[in-house]
Design a protein around this ligand. Structure first.
Ligand SMILES: [Zn+2]
Length: 95
């Protein structure tokens, strides 16, 4: 049985992170976890989580909207445009 190099907590096989102090046992695991966290931040779920965790939902929501506006690229605008056209076509075909 090996132990965490930071706090000495018992390390179970297969674990990539110390449950006691949060230390990652390998650099690769740390990088992957960081990337996952970053990816999640870009998703809708991540945004919702951050808004809920911010305590003040209203100001959290405003912050996210502001950030989304800054992140809006031509590609993102094009995607919105495609969605808009699709919805419009759908509505037009029903009427
Ligand atoms: Zn530890």
């Amino acid at each position: 049985m090996s132990h965490c190099s930071v706090c000495g907590h018992e390390r179970n096989q297969g674990e990539i992170q110390c449950p006691e102090c949060g230390h990652f046992y390998s650099k690769i695991a740390e990088i992957i976890a960081e990337q996952e966290a970053q990816e999640e931040m870009q998703t809708f779920r991540g945004r919702c989580k951050r808004i809920l965790n911010s305590g003040d939902i209203k100001s959290g929501l405003l912050d996210e909207l502001k950030q989304m506006q800054e992140e809006l690229t031509p590609k993102g605008l094009f995607a919105l445009f495609v969605i808009f056209v699709f919805v419009f076509a759908l509505v037009a075909s029903v009427l």
